[in-house]
Structure formats: C-alpha cells, structure tokens
Design a protein around this ligand. Structure first.
Ligand SMILES: [Zn+2]
Length: 348
C-alpha cells in the first residue's frame, strides 16, 4: 500500500503558548488538523470568558485553514467559578476543562491540590456533559516519577470515576501499560489520548549514554514494555485511544539548560510519523480510527468532511531541524527512524 486516503485528522491536545509563539505554531497546526483542543496552561491560566475570547481570537487570526476550529478549555483550579464555566459552555466558548495536579508540569502551580475540593465542579460538569481532561500524574516527592501515573489512577482517578460515573473523561497522554489496561476495562466514558513521542521513545532513549533534553517530556517516558503497549493500543483499532500530540514547544535555551523544561514540539511531522508507526506495525488499516474517528466519537462530534491523501515515498522525508525567527528557536522533534509517508494533497 503506497497511497492512503483518510478523513482529515484532529489533534485533541495541543499547546499554542503565548506571544510570538502563537504566530508560528497555529499555522503549522492548522495546516494539518481541522479541530484541536487548546490547553489553558498559559502563564496566567485561562479561567474566564474574557481570557477565552481573547486567546481564541488570537489563534483564529493566525490560522491558515478555513475549517480550523480551536476548541478551548478552562483550567481547573480549586476556586474555579462554576457559573462562569456553565455560562461559557452554554455560549459554546469552552469545550472542556483541564485538570492539572498542582506542580505536575509546565505552568501548573495553580492546579489542584485537594481533589475533593473540585467535586462540586465535577458534579456540574457531569450534569451538563462537559468533558474533563486530565493530566494523570500525582505530584508528590515521595512517589517515584516513573510511578506517578499509576498512583494517580489508583488514588485519584478511581474515586472520581466512582463518584461521577457519567462524567466524560480523557486521560491525557498516557504512558504506561497500566494506563492502557485501565482504560480498556473502564466504562465507555473514559478514553485516552496518546502522543507521537510516547509511541516512539522509551526512557532508555532519553537517558542512555548522553542525555537528550529534547526527548524530555511529562509524563516522563517509560519502559520499552510500556511503549509497546501504547503502540499496540493505538494501532489495535480500539475506540478507546486517539491522537493528542501534546505538542509543547519551548525556546531552545529553556530545553538545553541545567534545569530544562519538559515538552516535545512534534506538530510539523506528527501525521507523517504516526503513519510510519502504523505502517511499521502493519496496521495502516487502523490509522484513520486513531487519527480521525475515535476522537470525534468520544467527544460526540461529527467526523471531519475533508480528506487527506498520504503517499509513501521512495526516499525518507527531510524535515527542518528548527522552527525559528528572530525571537525564538524551537527544536522540531526528530524520531530515530526514517519516515517515508508524506501528505500529498487535501480533498476538500
Ligand atoms: Zn499537554
């Protein structure tokens, strides 16, 4: 198979950051995807309608795709105004709410410390059918960083699901076999997004011989058996898993630093490398489910009408190393294998 036609994909987890970054990041994403869920962890987290309107406008002003639809999120704090959330949801301004355990990742200091304190908001969200998107890791010095997803599921997620069985939940960027198995046996309201880099890398890739700061992300890369389990889940055709790139750029100086930031910028080659992964697994027949069908199905949205054509080339693709201008330089994720698939054209 060297030509594939699939429904145009969506990215169910992306970071556009702020200021200058938006001007370069939004065009790259809107070229490839029709809908994206935009993360709210700006330096001043998004918790109000006024902030949503301003941020969404900025994003739309930089889009290069007339069908591009940024789906906006509120940042869940223990003091989030429920009335503001309901009002925003009713007016189609907010699509979902993102839960960061306090301190778990970039700009998460204002996240949740005591999960019981958000139960009143979760109750309303369940009632109104507002999806909850979760960064599923505990942030606890006593818990080893490689165990934080599992402990979050056991100690925080299970009680939330038991109390709110009808709440639509996305466990974002899962990284472990434990999370895959958990989602597979959960009720149909719980699904998971998976990133390209967690499908490609394990912790040995990050740490062996020399440290690779551009592979450093949160949740941190796990063991090879975990990566294999993610690949099996993504390529299986199961409706429980879909793409969320978690493309999360930082300026190169903030990555190559004695205290480097977490996040991988993978937008530019994301669809191409995912297609290559499915090809390597002989599962191209399930690519469209993972990229274009399972997400809308989970979020009760229609599938995109546009299609794209992917073509397998005889020589590997070459990508630029950096996305840069006078003000910043961002390293583009470079997977450690050749990519032969490219997007040939769009059928609109
Ligand atoms: Zn993220």
């Amino acid at each position: 198979m060297s030509i594939l036609e699939i429904i145009k994909p969506d990215d169910w987890h992306v970071h556009f950051r702020e200021g200058d970054f938006i001007k370069s990041l939004v065009p790259e994403t809107s070229k490839l995807y029709n809908r994206v869920i935009v993360m709210p962890n700006l330096s001043n987290p998004i918790t109000s309608i006024a902030q949503i309107k301003k941020y969404k406008n900025e994003i739309l002003n930089n889009s290069v795709n007339k069908n591009f639809e940024p789906l906006m999120t509120f940042y869940l704090t223990e003091s989030l105004d429920v009335n503001e959330l309901i009002k925003a949801f009713k007016n189609n301004l907010v699509f979902a709410v993102k839960l960061y355990p306090s301190g778990a990742t970039t700009n998460s200091a204002k996240g949740v410390k005591n999960f019981k304190n958000i139960f009143p908001v979760l109750e309303k969200m369940s009632e109104k059918n507002i999806p909850l998107l979760i960064h599923g890791e505990v942030n606890d010095k006593k818990i080893d960083i490689f165990d934080r997803e599992k402990i979050f599921i056991e100690n925080e997620l299970i009680p939330i699901i038991e109390k709110f069985p009808f709440l639509k939940i996305t466990l974002e960027h899962i990284t472990t076999k434990f999370a895959v198995d958990f989602v597979e046996k959960s009720n149909s309201n719980i699904k998971a997004s998976i990133t390209p880099h967690h499908l490609i890398l394990n912790r040995t890739d990050l740490l062996e011989h020399k440290i690779k700061p551009h592979y450093y992300c949160l949740p941190i890369l796990k063991k090879e058996q975990d990566r294999k389990s993610l690949v099996a889940a993504a390529t299986s055709g199961s409706q429980n898993f879909f793409l969320g790139t978690d493309s999360a750029p930082h300026h190169i100086n903030d990555k190559e630093n004695e205290c480097g930031c977490a996040g991988v910028f993978n937008t530019i080659n994301s669809i191409q490398m995912i297609t290559q992964i499915f090809d390597n697994e002989n599962r191209l027949n399930n690519l469209e489910s993972f990229l274009s069908k399972n997400g809308p199905n989970h979020y009760s949205l229609p599938e995109n009408k546009d299609k794209i054509i992917l073509k397998k080339l005889s020589k590997p693709l070459k990508f630029n190393k950096y996305l840069e201008n006078n003000n910043y330089k961002i390293r583009i994720f470079n997977p450690p294998f050749p990519i032969y698939w490219d997007i040939k054209e769009e059928l609109i």
